[in-house]
Design a protein around this ligand. Structure first.
Ligand code: FE2
Length: 297
């Protein structure tokens, strides 16, 4: 098998969203659709209680995409136009398929230590499913399988490691979404089909990712050297192999990252705020429906 090399390393930008929530954003929806089928990745990290209560994301719409919320510390209170309400706590995941439309509210709350720490990933929907029924999958922390392997502790939200599958299935992009914690002096290798987009959001420690393209030949003899990556960064892999490799050195404190992979839809997209459709007309129609009160059917 061949290791994928690194295409680029993105430094997350601080942005303000919702009612004044400061977060780290590494990718956001663009017509160029570079990370197809993934649209956005936000990192919530409010770790200073002196900042006061978090202001959250008051009622807003979504259409044409899926939002995946994964909390490590603190929680998010959630409520929507379909009558759903709940709380995403530490270690829990909510996989929300907006389909043709929901209006929801997302309010982060500090955990016991005063911290809020979590991620929201947006996954695109293919044209045929953009106007589907909204759907939720709530997965509590205890239902997420944990695989320990060669110094790695892997929490599998979606995808498979050694025959163990995450609880979120039946998603069109066949995504893989895992929280990987690698101890010092360890090596993590995972096969990922070529053609799939692969990202790794490194949020703790540091490691060596992928293989240096200049050593592509030696790579075949398993003599690869990766690219050093420090937290916090989004690593984008090239589509030049069928597995990914991450190493941690003995001197460091290991590395922790969210591994994200999925099959691209290769369809044109038109993003507009919380909507991601395929044409400008569909965006216009969405705005029209919001105005005349027919957005929620
Ligand atoms: Fe939202």
């Amino acid at each position: 098998m061949i290791n994928r090399s690194i295409s680029r390393i993105i430094e997350p930008q601080l942005v303000i969203e919702g009612a004044g929530v400061l977060l780290k954003r590494s990718i956001s929806p663009r017509a160029s659709n570079e990370y197809d089928p993934f649209l956005l990745f936000d990192h919530f990290a409010f770790n200073n209680p002196l900042e006061g209560p978090s202001r959250g994301f008051p009622t807003h719409p979504h259409r044409g995409l899926e939002t995946v919320t994964y909390m490590l510390e603190g929680s998010v209170n959630h409520r929507d136009s379909l009558g759903n309400a709940g709380k995403i706590g530490s270690g829990d995941v909510q996989w929300m398929t907006s389909g043709r439309g929901i209006l929801h509210e997302e309010m982060p709350r500090r955990g016991e230590n005063g911290n809020i720490y979590g991620f929201q990933l947006w996954v695109n929907l293919p044209a045929a499913q953009k106007m589907s029924q909204p759907r939720y999958r709530e997965v509590s922390a205890g239902k997420i399988p944990v695989v320990e392997k060669d110094g790695a502790i892997i929490r599998i939200v979606a995808g498979e490691v050694d025959g163990i599958r995450g609880p979120v299935t039946e998603i069109t992009a066949a995504p893989l979404y895992m929280d990987v914690k690698l101890a010092p002096a360890s090596r993590f290798i995972l096969p990922i089909p070529s053609g799939h987009t692969v990202l790794a959001y490194v949020f703790n420690g540091a490691g060596e990712f992928g293989s240096d393209p200049s050593t592509a030949l030696q790579q075949a003899q398993d003599n690869s050297s990766g690219q050093a990556v420090e937290s916090v960064s989004m690593v984008v892999f090239n589509d030049d192999g069928d597995q990914i490799e991450v190493k941690s050195d003995a001197a460091g404190r290991g590395v922790q990252f969210m591994l994200i992979a999925g099959a691209p839809f290769k369809e044109p997209i038109v993003p507009y705020g919380p909507f991601v459709m395929n044409t400008q007309e569909e965006i216009q129609q969405t705005i029209q429906e919001l105005r005349n009160g027919t957005f929620i059917k």
